[in-house]
Ligand binder design. Structure first.
Ligand SMILES: [Zn+2]
Ligand SMILES: [Zn+2]
Length: 213
């Protein structure tokens, strides 16, 4: 977790310095650590949608993410995926919400990443994780003929990796292309255009060991 130091009264200014990318599918999930769920269907997972959402996860009901700030009831934290190539979860905690991050009282503004833990007012522990979708497939039509930034050769209709951060396509040809296949996506750990990590396998970035598991 990183703490964001905001100057006095700088709420709005700080928002402007963060890149919000609500138009891109964001991979964050909150996994609810509560007893009795490890067997049947696994733990509850809350997918964090694009844009701002509001988290209620105190003792009075099951954790939920709301599209609007609740008018009444227990206090809610605002949550938003921010940051572009290496997204993080921005967590805004109202003073009366008794929020803990990784066991410590949360600052009013915090940036969470995979493996961080959040707890609201006596509710269950929520583990932050991310799901990487499989992004290897046929060259998208709008990328055919563009230059692969790794090898500089134009992309034909082949198999490519598409960066989730910026949409750049990198060669990721498979065995049937023979020994001369271009595997540019395997040669780099980050996107040459936007520096987002290259993740070739679909799957969870992290799955917590649940107390009940
Ligand atoms: Zn290439
Ligand atoms: Zn990229």
């Amino acid at each position: 977790m990183n703490t964001v130091a905001l100057p006095e009264g700088a709420g709005r200014g700080a928002e402007e310095t963060l890149t919000t990318m609500s138009d891109i599918h964001y991979p964050f999930y909150l996994i609810v650590d509560e007893p009795g769920t490890a067997g049947a269907g696994g733990p509850r997972r809350l997918g964090v949608p694009g844009g701002v959402s509001y988290l209620q996860a105190g003792a009075s009901g099951p954790p939920r993410l709301l599209a609007k700030a609740p008018a009444k009831g227990e206090p809610a934290c605002a949550l938003e995926a921010v940051g572009g190539a290496r997204p993080q979860l921005l967590l805004l905690s109202p003073g009366d919400a008794r929020v803990r991050v990784n066991g410590q009282p949360a600052p009013p503004v915090a940036l969470l990443g995979v493996k961080d833990q959040v707890q609201l007012g006596g509710g269950p522990l929520l583990h932050v994780t991310a799901y990487h979708a499989a992004r290897v497939g046929p060259t998208p039509a709008d990328q055919v003929g563009r230059e692969c930034p790794v090898c500089r050769a134009p992309l034909a209709a082949t198999t490519v990796y598409v960066c989730p951060g910026c949409g750049t396509a990198l060669h990721c040809e498979v065995e049937d292309k023979g020994p001369d296949r271009l595997e540019c996506a395997r040669l780099t750990s980050e996107c040459p255009t936007c520096r987002a990590p290259v993740v070739l396998e679909a799957g969870w970035a992290y799955l917590p060991e649940l107390a009940d598991g």
